[in-house]
Design a protein. Sequence first.
Length: 332
Amino acid sequence: MSFFAVLFALLIEQLKPLSPRNVFHYLLSGWVRWAGRNFDAGADVHARVVWVITVLAPAALFALVYVLVNRYSTVLALVLNVAVLYFTLGFRQFSHHFTDIRDALEEGREERARELLARWQHVDASDLPRTELLRHVMEYSLLAAHRHVFGVFFWFVALSTLGLGPAGAVLYRMAEFTSRYWSYKSRVTGTPTHDRLMALSQKVFGWVDHVPARLTAFGFAVVGNFEDAVETWRRHATLWARPNEGTILAAASGALGVRLGGQAAPSAAEQQGDISRTFTQGEESDVTDAIGSTAGVPPQLAHLHSVVALIWRSVVLWMLLLALLSLANLIG
């Protein structure tokens, strides 16, 4: 059932992508904000309570609903899985940003591409050299693909195998969202907001994302240049401050043979003192930063197409493995 749930969700999302300003994201941010406002008084125990309420409680609820529905109808259980995956997993939740930037670059509208990157990631891209602009687009896109597709995919399959249905997809999406939400709130206000909750949510998401990040990196290695990907992963993953990001980007760099890493673009708020931005649809990613670069050729426009191909080949790889697992389970 897991294979068909993921397949149907991806197909539906391609045909009918979520609107950038859909109700789901507003409800999600409202839920996280409500929990923080009502249960976080600043102590460590309060941070843990809020995290349980905002992340574990929804995952447990969907697990319970799935178990009850599955007892009544397997078809309805499949529909529930597809519905949850439609809102938590998918390329179209971020790919329109990448496509618009790529199209602008192909048309020679580099300033437009900078504006689109700044709007997507809330960074100041006005003075970035062209190679750095391309690097940022590639890095953000690779991380977005992991967080919106592969991370959700791995946790969904893991908990679905245990009979918990879409609980894994909900767990990963909520953990990832909260880790960014509280960090964003602190940047907007200019002072730590729910600082213990922010630190806890980022730390726990690092644990949640540990295995999926390495599986994503392994997938990139398999469908790309395997030897270079593994070598770059081994040598250069520590260039990035966040180990999970470094693992993914280093492996992708070797798989594509392109140079990634380096000084990240400063946020627009840091450059201009503008802290009036609004948090929309949970799309803002933490700015990637590395103390050095990997080996490889400088990013070129053609590499954007290579990134898309690498991601899709990796999707096909994991879908084939999931299909084989499902077939083996049926036969067994």
